[in-house]
Design a protein around this ligand. Structure first.
Ligand code: HEC
Ligand code: HEC
Length: 368
């Protein structure tokens, strides 16, 4: 009898032990984190102004996302509850190579200091105002082949067959995969991103399949080496006009605004006289640009930058958006009486895809 009770006790002890383990195996959230450092009033004011100046163009004045280039929301609950500050700071500082998201840290040629990038990160957390979860940092294991099938069946409309991003972030992007943990990715898949087109999959896909897709996406990270850009000297006003003695290109502009890559390329070959404005964040001009272009970011203070630019020479602006930042800049120039202005229709990525040449920046340790 005593023996029977002992056995019963043992079994119930064991099941007590087993139940929590069962639950923990499903539990990806390990409590909460304290809110990040609080900004002073002045820091918050500067951060908010920096946000409007540098980020609102694509991410929206209210951080709602999807204003240009399908830039993601910078206020969704699931992003900020899963985000350690680095999930925001790193893309902001270094950008995501190959996407419209450039780097804003001065070290890579951007306009913000390290303190400013940190303060803007904390400001975004403050604005989002959600409790941060402590997510597991363990790798997520799964069946990569099966994950690929589930990905192809559910995700490609928005994220692309190769994770290149169509109307949604490039999930195969090396910069993103290098910085985001498996749990950050799984959390986004399970919970979606509130008030954006990204659905929550926790009720439509099994936990196993969510693990399988996470493992599949992770398998796309072939290892990303942080490259160091050697900053080039910026062009001086005497260098603004290219082919000073050349003829005018005489473009016929579509909608009074747009020039095609083909026409621009012919004009460059014919050594026509022009000014080329690269309206992206200056760090990406450092990485690659159309030869002869000058960095003229959309957030530039025109009072300071426009002085060296003549009104009688054809000006062509481009960005990667493919047109948002360039349109914005050209409209501001037109308001100031620069009428000989145009925007490159395909943007610099379109230009590159058509096989037209670009100048690459110098990268430390890589001989070209
Ligand atoms: C209807 C379009 C759509 C579908 C389908 C879709 N997504 Fe998304 N996804 C988005 C959008 C848009 C975002 C960016 C949301 C935002 O604004 O924050 C996103 C964001 C994400 C993110 C977060 C990326 C980051 O850097 O923050 C992950 C991870 C993700 N999706 C994975 C998936 C997976 C895996 C699937 C398939 C199971 C999928 N998505 C299906 C539209 C979609
Ligand atoms: C020219 C448009 C553009 C501008 C301007 C821009 N971004 Fe982005 N940003 C994007 C795009 C597009 C993505 C998604 C890239 C991808 O992964 O495919 C992105 C992604 C991000 C992400 C990653 C979000 C996530 O869900 O993973 C952060 C954080 C971010 N941007 C912050 C900023 C901040 C802060 C600024 C201003 C300093 C800024 N961005 C300016 C276009 C822009």
């Amino acid at each position: 009898m005593a023996c029977f009770f002992q056995k019963l006790l043992l079994v119930s002890c064991l099941s007590y032990l087993l139940i929590p383990i069962e639950i923990f195996a499903q539990d990806y959230e390990l409590g909460t984190l304290p809110p990040p450092r609080k900004l002073t009033k002045t820091q918050a004011k500067v951060a908010s102004a920096n946000y409007q100046k540098y980020c609102a163009l694509c991410h929206g004045a209210d951080r709602q996302g999807h204003v240009n280039d399908h830039a993601p929301s910078l206020r969704s609950k699931s992003l900020f509850e899963s985000g350690v500050p680095h999930a925001i700071l790193r893309p902001m500082s270094y950008g995501r190579k190959g996407t419209a998201m450039g780097g804003y840290l001065d070290e890579v040629g951007g306009p913000m200091t390290l303190d400013e990038t940190w303060n803007l990160t904390y400001w975004l957390f403050e604005q989002a105002g959600v409790e941060r979860l402590r997510l597991s940092t363990n790798p997520v294991h799964g069946d990569i082949k099966r994950g690929e099938q589930v990905y192809l069946a559910n995700c490609t409309n928005c994220h692309g067959v190769d994770g290149e991003g169509i109307t949604a972030p490039a999930l195969g992007n090396q910069s993103a995969l290098a910085h985001n943990t498996d749990e950050f990715i799984r959390h986004a898949i399970r919970h979606g991103r509130q008030d954006t087109p990204m659905p929550a999959f926790k009720d439509t896909l099994s936990d196993n399949d969510i693990d399988n897709i996470t493992a599949f996406l992770r398998s796309k990270a072939l290892g990303w080496k942080e490259e160091k850009t050697i900053l080039k000297a910026l062009p001086t006003p005497e260098q603004y006009v290219i082919n000073k003695n050349g003829d005018d290109p005489n473009f016929s502009l579509q909608d009074g605004m747009y020039v095609s890559s083909e026409d621009l390329h012919s004009a460059l070959l014919a050594k026509n006289k022009m000014v080329l404005l690269d309206t992206r964040v200056t760090s990406v001009w450092q990485t690659a640009h159309i030869e002869g272009s000058i960095p003229f970011p959309y957030y530039a203070d025109l009072d300071e930058t426009v002085a060296g630019i003549p009104k009688d020479v054809q000006i062509i602006a481009y960005c990667s958006c493919p047109r948002a930042a360039a349109d914005y800049t050209i409209n501001k120039l037109r308001d100031r009486g620069y009428t000989r202005t145009a925007v490159l229709w395909e943007g610099i990525f379109g230009w590159m895809n058509l096989g037209y040449p670009i100048m690459r920046g110098d990268i430390e340790g890589i001989a070209d």
